[in-house]
Ligand binder design. Structure first.
Ligand SMILES: Cc1ncc(COP(=O)(O)O)c(C=O)c1O
Length: 402
């Protein structure tokens, strides 16, 4: 590590809350699918700011919209009608079967809004005392008190934050009978990711999702989908739930919505959205001029350039390349899974050394749960970059024995 890097790390430790286990890398610049560190070294970015820069870093058309909109209107608050916010809502609703949008600033806030809406809808629209939220084991829904409680993982996410909010329960991932048994007249909603991201890139089986939606419909509770990570073309369709032929009553999105500016959204069917009235939920920044204008351009580019189709095709190419690497090293890779450009390479043992060796060769990806190489590249990445990653992994596994 360079002295520049060491000096920055030392300063960071003095001034920031130590909440992150960071990679030993300080990034100065990012463009397209490339990141450059403090010392000018370039990396192929297979993480995209954790599924955020779906159109690549610093997309020129987005920078143009950002600058132009900043000169017109940056922020006035939701006390006012704002044209860019309405335009974005119209564009988003045209991509799905929902009817209303609530804009916020992050994935956790979007899920928080969904949880609040589910409860309030049951009380005020349905006159039903149902406030329970069911989620799946291994899920991740955010770090606010409600969303960390909804998260189906133990450990540091929850430890020390008690008392946690009431009314949440978790059922085993993919077990339809467990879900059926858990849904009661007190259930307000079932919330799930179509592909668990933080959980290690785990797609839900189609039959499970269809049946889960049906269980919710029969029980009269809401079927809600967390598309914070899977949305915005990541999985090869605009929304991951569209692979499954289901229509959620509510779904949430965030990460790639404004391609790097903080933004979240909750989308709901009209009758459900009626659970909110003026004063029942709000945020100062949600849907401001600049984020809305940029997100509208993101949606436009995604549709114009068929980014979902690109994610699907590149995902198939990458999956194929990674499966070949697995075939070369069956004792080191136990599985390759994913949907579109959301891919997990499951290692047979601890992956820290492999992850570090990839970084040393100029490839940045994530390591989930210590054993899954998680890839969430920009959807605009070149096929050659994905193949170069596969070749580097193949070579590392051939040369660096555990
Ligand atoms: C599926 C899912 N939901 C919610 C969140 C929380 O989003 P944020 O970090 O923007 O609050 C994440 C973040 O990784 C996520 O992957």
């Amino acid at each position: 590590m360079s002295s520049k890097y060491d000096a920055l790390v030392a300063r960071e430790k003095k001034v920031l809350c130590q909440t992150y286990g960071r990679y030993p890398l300080a990034i100065e610049k990012a463009q397209g699918a490339r990141m450059t560190d403090l010392d000018g070294r370039e990396y192929i970015d297979l993480l995209a700011g954790i599924a955020v820069a779906n159109l690549g870093h610093s997309h020129p058309e987005l920078l143009e919209v950002m600058a132009a909109q900043a000169k017109e209107l940056l922020h006035v608050s939701n006390l006012f009608y704002q044209p860019r916010q309405v335009e974005l809502a119209e564009l988003l609703l045209a991509t799905c079967a929902c009817d209303r949008v609530f804009f916020c600033n992050s994935g956790a806030e979007a899920n928080e809004a969904a949880i609040k809406l589910a409860r309030r809808y049951m009380r005020t629209v349905r006159n039903k005392d149902a406030g329970e939220i069911i989620t799946l084991s291994g899920s991740f829904h955010g770090r606010t008190l409600a969303t960390l409680t909804a998260t189906g993982q133990a450990g540091r996410i929850k430890e020390g934050f008690e008392p946690l909010p009431q009314g949440f329960s978790t059922v085993p991932f993919g077990d339809i009978e467990a879900l059926r048994a858990a849904v009661t007249p007190k259930t307000a909603a079932v919330l799930m990711e179509m592909v668990q991201g933080e959980g290690g890139v785990l797609p839900l089986p189609e039959a499970y999702v269809k049946e889960a939606a049906e269980i919710c419909r029969e029980a009269g509770c809401l079927f809600m989908v967390d598309e914070v990570q899977t949305g915005m073309c990541r999985t090869g369709k605009f929304w991951a739930h569209q692979h499954y032929g289901v229509q959620p009553d509510v779904f949430t999105t965030s990460k790639a919505l404004a391609n790097g500016l903080p933004m979240g959204a909750m989308l709901a069917k009209e009758h459900v959205a009626n659970g909110f009235v003026p004063g029942s939920h709000a945020t100062t920044f949600g849907g401001g001029g600049v984020v809305s204008a940029v997100a509208a351009k993101v949606v436009e580019i995604m549709q114009r350039d068929d980014i979902a189709g690109r994610a699907r095709d590149l995902g198939a190419l990458a999956l194929d390349a990674f499966k070949k690497v697995q075939a070369n090293h069956p004792e080191r890779i136990s599985g390759v899974r994913g949907l579109g450009l959301m891919i997990g390479i499951v290692l047979s043992g601890p992956g820290e050394n492999i992850h570090a060796a990839l970084r040393e060769r100029g490839f940045v990806c994530n390591l989930a749960h210590g054993t899954v190489l998680r890839l969430l590249p920009p959807l605009t990445i070149a096929a050659e970059d994905l193949l170069a990653f596969a070749a580097a992994l193949d070579d590392i596994l051939a040369t660096d024995k555990p």
